[in-house]
Design a protein around this ligand. Sequence first.
Ligand SMILES: O=c1ccn([C@@H]2O[C@H](COP(=O)(O)O)[C@@H](O)[C@H]2O)c(=O)[nH]1
Length: 285
Amino acid sequence: MIIDKLYQEAIDISPICLGLDTQESYLPDFMQNQDRSIGDKILQFNKDIIDHTADIVACYKVQIAYYEALGIEGLKAYSKTLEYIRGKKKISIGDIKRGDISATGQMYAKGHFEGDFEADIVTINAYMGEDAVSPFYPYIKDKNKGLFILLKTSNPSAKETQDISCEGVEYYKYMAKLIEKWGEDYIGKNDFSSIGAVVGLTYPKEFQIIQDMLPNTFFLVPGYGAQGGTGEDMGKILNKSRCAVINSSRGLITAHKGVNEGNYYYDEIRDATKRMKEDLAHWLK
Ligand SMILES: O=c1ccn([C@@H]2O[C@H](COP(=O)(O)O)[C@@H](O)[C@H]2O)c(=O)[nH]1
């Protein structure tokens, strides 16, 4: 199961998920000035980062919005970035946040678990219910794929929809139970399901409640760094169980900006990733 590999990488290497939310302004100045297509430059930037961090992160999350925004050229860079991650035998998470009626969901599953945009794990928005999730099920067992379903997201407005009362509890708690139920058939050898959940580090109190409710759920945790989430809060979770990978995108992939805009810019990104690794390790008992 993909979740067993992710769990092991998080233990053996570090629980860091490096976010490739790549946009032109993040490229070092020398690369921005090169006479190449934007797609080529973005792919080169991603490859440099992967080459210089693969030994210190568990996985990479590629945020499709940044690539879609560039049209066909961006989507080619998205596809080639996923291919490069696969070639390095690292785990890729396609941050696509999809979810639709079953017939359309089957196409999303095919589109992101096969072919040009194949990722190991994708993010899902399950607001439409299990119909939006079940088209992905066959790929979990047959093709060793996984899902992270949005549960308690990191953004400030999350409470507008996720904290409202539903059958006497906050909606996120109701959703938490659904995710645990949907994941029951996909539990791997470390007792975590290949259907996991996205929980932001910006709501640390709620995260602890969710962790206690969902012993078999593995978490993708955005919100560290740029959004204010801290290693100390993450330590409280990881000291109870090693149930998560922690994403940082801007905090890592812009570390060189204004500091080192030259050929070896990726040293700054590697150093920032190492500092995140040390920060997370510092709070581990
Ligand atoms: O609740 C959520 C779900 C997804 N994200 C995504 O994670 C990264 C965060 O980027 P940073 O630069 O580290 O803030 C980004 O791709 C978001 O789309 C999230 O932030 N919160």
